[in-house]
Structures are given as structure tokens and as C-alpha cells.
Design a protein around this ligand. Structure first.
Ligand code: ADP
Length: 366
């Protein structure tokens, strides 16, 4: 049966383990042989102990664990031709010509690059005498299925990335905890949440956590936002509410693209309200810990679908993302997802916020 390699790359996220488990067991069930590639692309570059065949029991007792048991890493060498060549060599030698890659847009982009270059990399390796011609001929094409692992929900092409739901749960728990202490002292808390250039976590946390205000990269406030923020907090105070909560996305800016940090917000409130606001930066607790139920069953379904995709896709099929679209498992060309993700980044960089919101499309429900 086909040999399927699986790797986790880039930033880890809760639920990656559920995907790994599903890919390994689906591969076995469908008659293939699963191979774990350790520490992201590094394992493929290194070969040797970096690539290990996995059995059914190797992925037991995993569903409830955060992070990734395969290890993850950034691997700058993979961007070089020599890195791609080393990966093609070791994968071909293992007879692995199908990959499930779990990672963010960088990792998936790298996978498509490897797939496109695969035949020419093999030709170079044969030319250099590092690979026997019949080894190369046995595996002339690479097939790739990508699962998006990221707490940020920052990739187009899937409604939810693996880990975003868990991160949101973690943020909500923190907001609940903060609002009880805030209420006791009539305090304002400014809470900074992760998401890089994507406001998904901040927006959904603000809605679910009942915050007074939220600052997002995709919807920067107009000049004078400080006074408006104070007015809105004072309005809710006047109704008898004792706690105030402002959520700030890590990537929040003003309309000129200048960063607005949680410290900026607290300072503005302090100046105008005569009361110090407390800042809490949640940081990496958002990325760790036990995956939510959703981040266990969703990656399980996607892992199974990814293996099916790899087993049935004809050779030469471009890389696909297996994701969630309108609450159903969906297979989307990776290039479309990368294009739409880039469109958002470019729009934010050029302060074209209407375009940024439009380009977020269905992956960002505003
Ligand atoms: P993420 O996958 O979470 O977006 P990175 O952007 O850091 O994280 O990418 C992780 C790894 O994927 C990089 O260290 C590199 O090995 C590979 N990678 C990223 N971008 C590219 C690219 N454009 N071409 C080839 N490989 C890439």
C-alpha cells in the first residue's frame, strides 16, 4: 500500500495530535503505511531518525494532549534548494510519495513548493549519483494534503483552523476570571489576545465574553477613538455594571496602520478616567493545554479525509487543503487558499481595510 508521511510544522496548536492520530490510523485502515516525520521539515531534511514508521499503538492516548507529539520547528534550510533536495532524497528513499502536512500557511506553501519541484529534484539527485534511477522512477510524483494548524484562524479556505476553538475557550476562561475580580473593585481590564494579523480570536472572545469594546486589525478605530472608548465605558458604568473589559488584538492598529497596544489603551483610559486600567497579556497559555471537543473531532474527520484524498487523487494533482467549509469537510486547492490569505495580508499592509474584511471572506464572520 501507499506510504504516507505526516508532519507538523510551524507554530504548534492544540488538536494537531488528534489529526496525527487520525492520519496514522486511517492510513493503516486503508491499507497503507504511515511514517512520522519529526520536528517539522527538519526530519525530512535529516532523514535517519527524523523519519519513523508508526503503528496503531504509537498514537494511542493522544487525543487529550495539546501540542504535537511529532514535534514542530521552523526550518529555514527548507527554503533553500539544497534543503528541498535533501527532503526529496530522504522521502524517496523511504518510498514516501504522499504527505499530510499540518501547519500554517508558511508550512503549506513549502509543501506545494516541494511537490512542484519533486521531479526536477529527483533528476538532480539521480544526476549526482545520490539516488538510483529506479528509486526515482518508483515515486515520480508527490501528492500533498494540507491541514491548517494555527490558533489564529488566519488562513483562508477553511472556516476554522485546528486549535482556534481551544484558544478561544482559554481566552474566555481568562475573561471570566478577570471580570469577577474587576467587578469587585470597579476596575477596567485591558486584555491582549493573540492572532497576529487576524482579529478572529479577539472578536469572538469579545462577543462571547461580553466585553465593552474590542480593537481589531481588520476594523481600526478612527482618530479620537480614546474618547469614544471612555464614553462607552462610562455609559455601561452608569447602568450599574461594575466591571469593564476591553479586548485588544495583538495586531490592532489605527487607520494609518500604526500599532495600538494594550498598554496604549490602558494609558488612554488612565488619562481620561482618572483610574488606572489593568493590562493582562494572555500570551502562550492561549496556545497550550487540552484541546476542546471540537479540536478533537474536527481534526479527526479532516485527518481521515486527507488520507482518502491522498489515496484516491491522481498523480499530478496540485496540493489540496482539507478543511471545513460551511460546517462540512471540504477539499480546496492550496493555491487558492494561499492567494486569498495573501490578499488579506496585502490589504492590511496597505491599510485598505474594506478589502481586508472582504478578503477574509467566509473564514471570518463579520
Ligand atoms: P507557519 O507554517 O505556522 O505559517 P512559518 O511561516 O514559520 O510557520 O513556516 C514554517 C516553515 O515552513 C518554515 O520554517 C520553512 O521551513 C517552511 N516555509 C515557510 N514559508 C515557506 C516558503 N514560502 N517556501 C518554502 N518553505 C517555506
Amino acid at each position: 500500500g501507499p506510504r504516507i508521511g505526516i508532519l507538523t510544522s510551524g507554530g504548534d496548536s492544540p488538536g494537531m495530535n488528534a489529526a496525527v492520530r487520525a492520519v496514522v490510523r486511517s492510513t493503516l485502515r486503508l491499507g497503507g503505511r504511515p511514517f512520522g516525520i519529526l520536528e517539522g521539515w527538519r526530519g525530512a531534511l535529516a532523514g535517519g531518525d527524523g523519519i519513523r514508521e508508526l503503528g496503531w499503538d504509537d498514537v494511542g492516548n493522544l487525543l487529550h494532549r495539546g501540542g504535537t507529539v511529532l514535534g514542530s520547528a521552523r526550518c529555514p534550510e527548507f527554503r533553500e534548494r539544497s534543503g528541498l533536495r535533501a527532503a526529496a532524497l530522504h522521502l524517496t528513499r523511504h518510498g514516501i510519495d504522499r504527505l499530510v502536512v499540518i501547519g500554517g500557511d508558511g508550512s503549506l506553501r513549502g509543501a506545494e513548493e516541494l511537490r512542484q519541484e519533486w521531479p526536477s529534484l529527483q533528476a538532480e539527485l539521480v544526476e549526482a549519483g545520490e539516488l538510483a534511477p529506479d528509486e526515482a522512477d518508483a515515486h515520480p510524483r508527490l501528492r500533498v494534503a494540507g491541514l491548517v494548524g494555527s490558533i489564529d484562524n488566519d488562513m483562508a479556505g477553511t472556516d476554522m483552523t485546528i486549535g482556534a476553538d481551544t484558544a478561544l475557550h482559554r481566552i474566555i476562561e481568562a475573561l471570566d476570571a478577570l471580570s469577577s475580580t474587576a467587578a469587585s473593585h470597579q476596575r477596567t481590564f485591558v486584555v491582549e489576545v493573540m492572532g497576529r494579523h487576524c482579529g478572529y480570536l479577539a472578536l469572538m472572545a469579545a462577543v462571547a465574553g461580553g466585553s465593552d469594546a474590542v480593537l481589531l486589525p481588520e476594523g481600526p478605530p478612527a482618530d479620537g477613538w480614546q474618547s469614544e472608548l471612555v464614553a462607552s465605558i462610562e455609559r455601561t458604568r452608569a447602568t450599574g455594571q461594575r466591571d469593564s473589559l476591553v479586548v485588544v488584538a495583538e495586531g490592532a492598529t489605527d487607520q494609518a496602520g500604526r500599532p495600538i497596544t494594550s498598554a496604549d489603551v490602558a494609558e488612554a483610559l488612565g488619562e481620561r478616567m482618572g483610574e488606572r486600567a489593568r493590562v493582562t497579556i494572555l500570551g502562550h497559555v492561549q496556545r497550550g493545554g487540552r484541546p476542546s471537543a471540537y479540536d478533537r473531532w474536527m481534526p479527526t474527520l479532516l485527518g481521515y479525509a486527507a488520507v482518502r484524498q491522498l489515496v484516491h487523487a491522481p498523480a499530478g494533482t496540485p496540493s489540496q487543503i482539507v478543511g471545513v467549509r460551511h460546517n462540512e469537510v471540504a477539499v480546496i486547492p492550496l493555491s487558492d487558499a494561499v492567494r486569498d490569505t495573501n490578499a488579506v495580508k496585502t490589504a492590511l499592509e496597505t491599510c485598505d481595510f474594506d478589502a481586508a474584511r472582504a478578503a477574509r471572506g467566509s473564514s471570518f464572520a463579520t
